[in-house]
Ligand binder design. Structure first.
Ligand code: ATP
Ligand code: MG
Length: 389
C-alpha cells in the first residue's frame, strides 16, 4: 500500500505574500535532509506538503525522525493513499489501520473534504468508514468525545488519504529564512541550547569556539563538535571556527588585575567573534548567557561585554532558569554530552573574587596594558575551520 508523509506548515502559514518563499526554503531543507534515505517526490498543494517515496528501499521510520527535526513544520503524520472511490477508501482503511486498531478500544472518524466534487459528504464518509472498521474489528466501539484514536480521512484534489493522529513538529521557521548568525559555543549546557533556540527562528548557524591548549584538551574540542552535530540535526550544516585563545589568556593572567580576568577574556571573545562573523556574512552573535547565572552575567557585566561590539548580540536564554534550559537540552539530546567532564577556557583562569558591578571604563583601564589588536590579529590568523553535519 502506498504510504506518504503529510506535513502541516507552522507559523509561516501567516506570512501572506512571502509564504511561498518560506515554503520553498522549507522544502529545500526537507529535500537535503531526506536525500540520503532514498528517492522521494515532494508535492506542495492545498497548504499541505506531501512527501512521496518513489523507491522501495526508502527508510520511512528514519524519514519521520528527520521530518521531526525540520523547523517550520507544525505537525506531520504518515498516511495511506487511496483512490477517490469509497470502496477503495474502505478497503485501505481496514488494511492500513489493522495494527493500531488491535491495540485500542474506542475510535472516531473525522472527514476533511477539500474536493467538493467527491460524491459523499463529510458525515457520510465518517459513517461509511466507521461502519467498515466496526465490522472488521468487532472489539471496537465508537466514542466521539474521548476516543483512544481519531481516524482522519482527507479527500483532496490528488487522492484520498487515511491517517490516524498527528505528530507535533519542531515548529519555528525554516532555517535560512532569518539570515545567518554566529554562536559562541562552549562545551556547557547553555550555548548549544541557545544555538538551537535561534536556529528554530530560521537563523542559519556558524559557530565559534575558543580553545586554550594545553590548558584545555582535544577532548574538550571533540565535545563541542559532538554538541554541534546534535544541533545540526535541526539547523543543518554548521561552519565551526576554532580560535586559539591560549596566548590571550596568558597575557591577561600575567598583566591584568585578577578580578577582571573573566570580563576581559569575554570582551576579547566578543571582539574576535564579531570580526569572524563579519567575514562570513553573519548579522548577529549568539551566546548562552542568562542574567545572574555567574558573575560575568550580571547586567553591568553584560554591558561591559556588549560595549566592544556593534553587531546585535542575541541571548535567547537571558530570562530562563537553569532547569528550563536543562529541559530543552534534554529534549534536543545535548544534555548528556554537555555534562561530560571537561575544562573550558573560561574555567582555566577563574578569579577568586570577580567583579560583579564593573564599569566599561574600569574594564578599558584594566586591559589597557595589552596590545589587543596584535593579540586579536594573531588569534584570527591561526583560526581553523571545520564543517559540522
Ligand atoms: P554552562 O557552562 O553552564 O553551559 P555557559 O558556558 O553558558 O554555561 P559561561 O562559561 O559563563 O557559561 O559562558 C557564557 C557564554 O559565553 C556561553 O554561553 C557561550 O556562548 C560563551 N562561551 C563560553 N566559553 C566559550 C568558549 N570556550 N568558546 C566560545 N564561547 C564560549
Ligand atoms: Mg561554560
Amino acid at each position: 500500500m502506498k504510504e506518504i508523509i503529510l506535513i502541516k506548515n507552522g507559523e509561516m502559514a501567516l506570512k501572506g505574500l512571502n509564504r511561498s518563499t518560506f515554503e520553498a526554503v522549507m522544502i529545500k531543507n526537507l529535500r537535503r535532509r531526506l536525500r540520503p534515505l532514498g528517492q522521494i517526490r515532494i508535492v506542495n498543494s492545498q497548504s499541505t506538503i506531501m512527501i512521496e517515496p518513489s523507491s522501495d528501499d526508502f527508510d520511512f521510520e528514519e524519514a519521520l525522525q528527520c521530518v521531526s527535526h525540520v523547523f517550520g513544520i507544525a505537525a506531520f503524520s504518515r498516511a495511506a493513499v487511496a483512490h477517490k472511490d469509497m470502496d477503495d477508501i474502505l478497503a485501505k482503511s481496514v488494511e492500513y489501520l489493522a495494527d493500531i486498531m488491535s491495540s485500542i478500544k474506542t475510535f472516531k472518524v473525522e472527514a476533511k473534504r477539500s474536493d467538493k466534487h467527491f460524491p459523499f459528504k463529510s458525515p457520510e464518509i465518517c459513517i461509511e468508514v466507521g461502519s467498515a472498521l466496526l465490522t472488521a474489528y468487532p472489539h471496537l466501539s465508537v466514542d466521539v468525545h474521548n476516543p483512544d484514536m481519531t481516524v482522519v480521512v482527507e479527500i483532496r484534489d490528488s487522492a484520498a488519504y487515511i491517517r490516524c493522529g498527528q505528530i507535533r513538529g519542531a515548529g519555528g521557521m525554516p532555517v535560512g529564512t532569518g539570515g545567518k548568525a554566529a554562536v559562541l559555543i562552549s562545551g556547557g549546557i547553555d550555548s548549544p541550547v541557545a544555538a538551537w533556540t535561534m536556529s528554530k527562528r530560521g537563523i542559519e548557524l556558524n559557530a565559534i569556539h575558543f580553545a586554550s591548549p594545553p590548558y584545555t584538551s582535544e577532548r574538550a574540542e571533540l565535545k563541542v563538535k559532538k554538541l554541534l552535530s546534535k544541533v545540526a540535526e535541526y539547523s543543518g550544516r554548521i561552519n565551526l571556527a576554532i580560535v586559539p585563545f591560549t596566548e590571550i589568556q596568558e597575557q591577561i593572567a600575567k598583566n591584568c588585575p585578577e578580578e577582571y580576568f573573566t570580563l576581559i577574556m569575554r570582551r576579547f571573545m566578543m571582539k574576535i567573534s564579531e570580526r569572524l562573523a563579519v567575514q562570513d556574512n553573519c548579522l548577529a552573535l549568539i551566546t548562552g548567557e542568562s542574567v545572574g547565572q555567574v558573575a560575568s552575567q550580571t547586567l553591568p557585566a553584560l554591558g561591559c561585554t556588549d560595549a566592544v561590539v556593534s553587531m546585535p548580540v542575541l541571548r535567547p536564554l537571558i530570562g530562563m532558569d537553569k532547569d528550563e534550559i536543562v529541559e530543552i537540552s534534554r529534549k534536543i539530546n545535548t544534555f548528556d554530552i554537555s555534562i561530560e567532564p571537561y575544562e573550558d577556557c573560561c574555567t582555566v583562569f577563574t578569579p577568586k573574587h570577580p567583579r560583579t558591578r564593573p564599569t566599561i571604563s574600569q574594564c578599558e583601564n584594566a586591559e589597557s596594558v595589552l596590545n589587543m589588536e596584535l593579540l586579536i590579529d594573531n588569534a584570527i590568523q591561526n583560526t581553523v575551520y571545520e564543517y559540522i553535519d
